[in-house]
Design a protein around this ligand. Structure first.
Ligand code: ASP
Length: 312
């Protein structure tokens, strides 16, 4: 539903989306498209060396390698592109867009995605930093684990999946939901995934319907948190579907939280959702208390933080 009317641009993001939102709003104010703004916002976050859960300097897997996942979706056409388990290339959000625009596919993983990156002229670059490797080593030292001769599957319970709330695995991902001045919606998600994951583990972020979904007619939603939960109940698409079937935004988000709770998450597992309607109404939800999200509309001078609704 593309119109020429001028509506107020809106960006909704996870709390770590400030720098990307500032850059993307500039683009939207100049008439840029939601897709371009969502991609640009995610790129800014991917390039930030101080953001340790997205792009460059992301959290390594159990082997000390940074494996990146990303997806984006066009709400007007329902076209989407995604990549997963990408090593040694930056800006996986742009790679996801190339999958969407240049291939008759939706999702590329690992070697194939890296091959496409090389074909389109991305230069390989180590996505680890000294700091990310130090964090990786420290995680083993903290748990007294010697990797030599260990089968990785035995490490997942000790290092990857948090068994106590005090022992949280580093999480993080960036979500951007964008409405442009034509009223078109787009969504982008980028992450290095769960910290200390088993190599090849893929979370919800590049799984369309789980960690990301966008449809001009009903709205957009994206997730951060324990991706396994969102995959099991298709959280992002479910929220949009509930609105399609007539629920309001608050009720749709609460229904998604209830579905997550029904999975009996392990201690330390949690889920956050950001969502927006075609009218630019926005809300965010979390299975945890005191979580926030970021929003920025065309008439605001800078982004603001809002509280995420919790269950009950
Ligand atoms: N949802 C991401 C994943 O499971 C990680 C995160 O948001 O913390 O890969």
């Amino acid at each position: 539903m593309h119109t020429n009317s001028h509506v107020n641009p809106v960006i909704v993001a996870s709390e770590n989306g400030r720098a990307g939102a500032l850059a993307a709003m500039e683009l939207l104010r100049r008439g840029g498209s939601a897709m371009d703004a969502a991609e640009m916002a995610a790129r800014v976050t991917e390039d930030d060396p101080d953001e340790h859960s997205v792009g460059f300097s992301g959290i390594p897997n159990l082997l000390g390698q940074v494996e990146l996942d990303a997806s984006l979706m066009n709400g007007r056409t329902l076209e989407t592109g995604a990549v997963a388990g990408v090593q040694d290339y930056a800006n996986v959000i742009s790679l996801a867009r190339k999958v969407m625009e240049e291939l008759p596919h939706v999702l590329l993983v690992g070697r194939g995605a890296e091959r496409l990156a090389a074909e389109i002229g991305q230069r390989p670059a180590d996505q680890r930093t000294v700091e990310s490797l130090e964090r990786w080593r420290a995680r083993f030292a903290e748990k007294g684990v010697d990797l030599t001769g260990m089968e990785l599957r035995h490490l997942v319970a000790r290092l990857t999946i948090p068994m106590h709330l005090q022992d949280k695995v580093p999480h993080g991902t960036v979500n951007y939901l964008v409405r442009d001045s034509h009223g078109d919606l787009a969504s982008a998600v980028s992450t290095s995934g769960l910290g200390w994951k088993y190599p090849g583990r893929v979370g919800d972020s590049p799984i369309i319907g789980a960690g990301n979904y966008c449809d001009n007619r009903y709205g957009a939603a994206a997730c951060t948190g324990s991706g396994e939960l969102a995959i099991r109940v298709s959280t992002a698409r479910s929220l949009i579907l509930y609105m399609k079937m007539g629920m309001n935004l608050a009720a749709a988000g609460q229904e998604c939280l209830a579905e997550i709770e029904q999975l009996s998450p392990q201690p330390g597992q949690y889920m956050n959702i950001v969502a927006m309607t075609p009218d630019g109404e926005h809300m965010a939800f979390s299975t945890e208390d005191d979580k926030r999200y970021l929003y920025y509309t065309g008439e605001m001078t800078e982004p603001a933080l809002g509280e995420r609704a919790t269950t009950g």
